[in-house]
Design a protein around this ligand. Structure first.
Ligand SMILES: NC(=O)C1=CN([C@@H]2O[C@H](COP(=O)(O)OP(=O)(O)OC[C@H]3O[C@@H](n4cnc5c(N)ncnc54)[C@H](O)[C@@H]3O)[C@@H](O)[C@H]2O)C=CC1
Ligand SMILES: O=C(O)CCC(=O)C(=O)O
Length: 449
């Protein structure tokens, strides 16, 4: 248990378990939020009276659809597509699309649920949603990726729009996939509607700094936590798991802030480079050539590759999990703390198991949950929507400056809310309550809908 759940909230959680059987990741995400909300109901009994928590736990709409496509051998393939439109109290549904073989409804619902609170924390007018497919992009040709994306959009297009629901990328969905989906949306609807997707290419409606935003934002958030403890990244040894979009730009910003990243990974293993990870090499291997991280050691003699290794065994002062859910378990968390880790910032969504979170909180290290630390990505997506709506485009520095300010504000709100609710330094409590209260007030104002 992270902490005990308020007795008024226990039946709500039990109802969530009964209504959503087998969706373990969704249960985990709901429980983590509900465990923080007891004191909020004491101060705001109207939230209980109007069943705000029960309503937030039930998606407004869940769409599941067939995605048929033809592979390079002429064989028909069938995948399943999802879009969960979770909560639109604060704005159009907003959240990424994940293409990964592990995707099923429970994963999309956990991500969509997290997204509601994260988007609220940004202070920008965006509701929460998430989507994706069990399609595996690994090893597919560009032609196969294009045909899959076109088929996916051939159903999704009728549910999305700049004022309705605005998807973006997540695991397995980057600039290439967003391009194919935008092209198909434009073709079907006969509309050049920039605001329907974010993460677009820079010469057709995308925003500078969106690609970097999640990673930069996560590093900014950790920098704020360190500053609150009169410390900084300067000279710190850091570990960043993954080697995709979030990981690469987390590493870049850590290096700019004076930290030294010594290891990163992919789903097959990790590389350790005592001289510091060479980012240009990782970008070349992963972003351009789409190769495995093990190839890194072919170009850096002192580096070593550990197949199936556990990256959290490497001693570090700052850990930033940036790959996938539940990648840090209780044992990993205990080892990190024992090895001298003083700060953990989650670039990924829910990368730490409940046991791991409990260990970080008990050890009183600076621990930032994903819904706060990785909010810079979706925040910059909202900035992309602002630029699209005004047919404007800002330069990199301007956009990064806005991102930085948003992350500082999220840090301040979480920090102050944790203090106000009697849990100083607990960013889990701070993020859950700060995110929840804004949505709850909006839902109350809008009546029973
Ligand atoms: N792209 C975005 O803007 C945002 C992404 N996130 C979260 O960040 C995480 C990473 O997403 P992206 O970087 O966008 O995806 P990506 O597809 O660009 O990269 C994912 C990376 O994680 C690695 N990976 C996957 N499973 C792994 C495992 N079991 N062990 C080690 N490495 C593994 C992959 O090899 C790849 O390097 C996800 O949890 C995602 O939900 C959160 C906020 C925004
Ligand atoms: O930019 C977006 O809309 C979504 C980013 C995302 O998927 C996330 O925050 O987990």
């Amino acid at each position: 248990m992270l902490s005990s759940m308020d007795e008024k909230i226990v039946p709500i959680y039990q109802e969530v378990l009964a209504r959503n059987p087998g969706e373990v990741e969704f249960h985990q995400a709901v429980r983590e939020v509900l465990e923080s909300l007891g004191p909020v109901l004491v101060k705001n009994p109207e939230f209980a009276e109007h069943k705000i928590i029960e309503r937030i736990c039930e998606p407004e709409r869940q769409i599941i659809f067939r995605v048929p496509w033809v592979d390079t051998h002429g064989t028909t393939q069938i995948n399943r597509g999802f879009r969960v439109e979770f909560n639109s109290a604060l704005g159009p549904y907003k959240g990424g699309l994940r293409f990964h073989p592990s995707v099923y409804l429970g994963i999309i619902k956990f991500l969509g649920f997290e997204q509601i609170f994260k988007n609220s924390l940004t202070g920008l007018p965006i509701g929460g949603g998430k989507g994706g497919s069990d399609f595996d992009p690994k090893g597919k040709t560009d032609g196969e990726i294009m045909r899959f994306c076109q088929s996916f959009m051939t159903e999704l297009y009728r549910h999305i729009g700049e004022h309705t629901d605005v998807p973006a990328g997540d695991i397995g969905v980057g600039g290439r996939e967003i391009g194919f989906m935008f092209g198909q949306y434009k073709r079907i609807t006969n509309r050049w509607e920039a605001g329907v997707l974010t993460g677009k290419g820079l010469n057709w409606g995308g925003s500078l700094a969106r690609k970097e935003a999640t990673g930069y934002g996560a590093a900014f958030f950790v920098d704020e936590m360190l500053k609150a403890r009169k410390d900084s990244f300067e000279g710190k040894t850091c570990i960043v798991s993954g080697s995709g979009n979030v990981s690469i730009y987390t590493m870049e910003k850590i290096q700019q802030l004076g930290g030294k990243v010594v290891a990163c990974s992919d789903s097959n293993g990790y590389v350790y480079d005592e001289k510091g990870i060479n980012l240009e090499l990782v970008q070349q291997l992963k972003e351009i050539e789409r190769r495995r991280i093990k190839d890194y050691i072919n170009y850096r003699k002192q580096a070593k590759y550990v197949p199936k290794g556990n990256i959290w065994e490497i001693p570090c002062q700052v850990a930033m999990p940036s790959a996938t859910q539940n990648e840090i378990n209780g044992k990993d968390a205990a080892l990190l703390v024992k090895n001298g880790c003083i700060a953990v910032g989650e670039g990924a969504n829910m990368p730490t198991t409940p046991e791991g979170v409990h260990i970080f909180l008990d050890a009183a290290i600076a621990y930032a949950p994903g819904k706060a630390a990785n909010a810079g990505g979706v925040a910059t997506s909202a900035l992309e929507m602002q630029q699209n709506a005004t047919r404007d485009s800002w330069d990199f520095d301007e956009t990064e400056k806005r991102l930085h300010k948003i992350m500082k504000n999220i840090h301040r709100d979480c920090f102050e809310m944790a203090e106000k609710y009697g849990a100083p330094g607990n960013y889990v409590v701070g993020a859950n309550i700060a995110g929840f209260i804004k949505i709850a007030r909006a839902m109350l104002a809008m009546g029973v809908v």
